[in-house]
Write a protein that binds this ligand. Sequence first.
Ligand code: PGA
Length: 260
Amino acid sequence: MRPLFIAGNWKMNPTTRDDAVKLALEVKAGVGAEVSPRVAVCPPAIFLAAIDEALAGSPIGLGGQNMHAKTDGAYTGEISAPMLVDVGCTHVILGHSERRHGMGETDAMVNQKLLAALAAGLIPIVCLGETLEERETDRTESVVTTQLTGSLAGLSAEQMAGVVLAYEPVWAIGTGRVATPDQAQHVHAFIRQSLARSFDQATASRVVVQYGGSVKADNASELLSCPDIDGALVGGASLKSPDFLGIISAARAVESAGKS
Ligand code: PGA
């Protein structure tokens, strides 16, 4: 019912356009014409046009890693949703923890960006998740609730159904410390229940909720087999094509085994 969706967040990597294009071409060759699972890559903004060209003819989506909420104007250094669309983007990551915690992005800012992304026709990937301290003090559910309420304010059920969420516990990002399938499934189920309350059951069951945080080819299968985990947002392991393609293969195997 919900197709699995694997997205690669390249963050501020690689350093050169040549290496970025090479990585995209390797992923393109590995994915071929397969549309299931859905796959997207989110390179640094400066390489988006080159990667769009490299991915021509492939079903792989292209995503920005951030955007400004305004469409144009005096915002030095910023990139708007219509600009992302113009260079070939289909997706955009919003509210990644490295932006929430490193750049002071608030739920209200994520919400403005989300509304702008939807208005431009992009598929937003909205990230949320608790810090280690929040988990250890039993605040995971309240933190996630606050992030959901603030980030998703003002969306219609129809708009919500087209938003991808990524649950990324901050303590699992780039640390090699992956959430156990039980820990992740618990929060994913909680997110879906929250969506059912805020929107409706039908909408909640349509929303794709990715897990992110140290996903690798060897732990992907267990995570993706959980009933409410619909894909992965992959950082480190998306920078080497064999690793990323290994996660995509794991997703394909989970789908063939009867999930979704
Ligand atoms: P990671 O990053 O896979 O390197 O933990 C995930 C993310 O930040 O999206």
